[in-house]
Design a binder for this molecule. Structure first.
Ligand SMILES: NC(=O)c1ccc[n+]([C@@H]2O[C@H](COP(=O)([O-])OP(=O)(O)OC[C@H]3O[C@@H](n4cnc5c(N)ncnc54)[C@H](O)[C@@H]3O)[C@@H](O)[C@H]2O)c1
Length: 257
């Protein structure tokens, strides 16, 4: 028996990076994966990859900042499968720069995607989990929720909010047998990180500098986070509630001399 056999799973932002890797892993472990992304081409690519492995998935395009499209996505899943077992609120964007250089619309945008996206998707999924008295919600935070990092004020604000939301959500939905936990990755090599490193004047030096932050001396890989998400999605984590799970090569609790 596979860990996620027949579990209906929504993974937001799974057209790329960590979300895509998790979608592939969950499908391999028996889940039926609803691949969500705002980008249709990338989302369909993830579905093709899952189908090529002989597993089940389908794509729903939705912008997690939009209540109407998010509600429609959830309704479509319920109409097709009648239940939702796992929600991975993974979609997110970054913002790099000191506070005084952040434009108001960039602030609003990151708050919308990274916080409101978690709120809206959870809002529409939760009643279906409550009805069946079972479910697992995994919220994507980041280790910047727990530590200061240069030029990340906007991003850290959103990921701190997601961690706080996780804890309060857990209290509210524990009586419904719904787990709500958070993932706190360190630097994971995905298009998200590639994007901001490539803007540096010396990308190789920038990547080497980031590597030094980890006790491992390496960046994380999307599969490192996908494995942690699998654990939180599965019944093996049934006594883990409202918790942050760090996947960060020791960045938060270790110190590189
Ligand atoms: N990569 C890292 O180092 C790292 C570290 C900590 C946390 N995270 C978090 O992990 C998550 C995934 O990051 P990644 O590195 O895989 O990024 P990524 O850019 O590779 O993938 C993010 C995906 O989210 C989608 N997306 C963006 N806005 C959306 C919206 N409004 N609605 C639906 N989909 C949307 C994008 O199209 C993209 O496919 C993010 O929440 C990010 O903050 C990443």
């Amino acid at each position: 028996m596979k860990e996620l056999q027949n579990k209906i799973t929504i993974i937001t932002g799974s057209g790329s990076g960590i979300g895509r890797e998790t979608a592939l892993l969950f499908a391999e472990k028996g889940a039926i994966v609803v691949v969500n992304d705002v980008d249709e081409t990338k989302g369909e690519e993830t579905v093709d990859m899952i189908h090529n492995h002989g597993n089940e998935a389908y794509f729903i395009q939705a912008d997690v900042t939009d209540a109407i499209s998010t509600e429609k996505m959830v309704s479509a899943v319920i109409e097709k499968y009648g239940k939702i077992d796992v929600l991975f609120n993974n979609a997110g964007i970054s913002n790099v720069g000191p506070l005084h250089n952040i434009e108001e619309h960039d602030w609003d945008n990151i708050v919308d995607v990274n916080i409101k996206g978690v709120f809206l998707t959870s809002k529409y999924v939760l009643p279906h989990m409550m009805k069946r008295q079972v479910g697992s919600i995994i919220n994507m935070s980041s280790c910047v929720a727990e530590m200061g990092l240069s030029e990340r004020t906007a991003y850290a604000a959103t990921k701190g909010a997601v961690l706080s939301m996780t804890k309060s959500m857990q209290v509210d939905y524990a009586p419904d047998n719904i787990k709500v936990n958070a993932l706190l990755p360190g630097t994971i090599y995905t298009p998200f990180v590639e994007g901001y490193l490539s803007k540096s004047s010396d990308p190789d030096a920038a990547i080497n500098k980031v590597k030094q932050r980890q006790l491992s001396g390496e960046l994380g890989k999307p599969e490192d986070v996908a494995n942690a998400a699998l654990f939180l999605a599965s019944d093996q984590s049934k006594f883990i509630m409202g918790s942050p799970l760090y996947i960060d090569g020791g960045v938060v609790f270790g110190k590189n001399a």
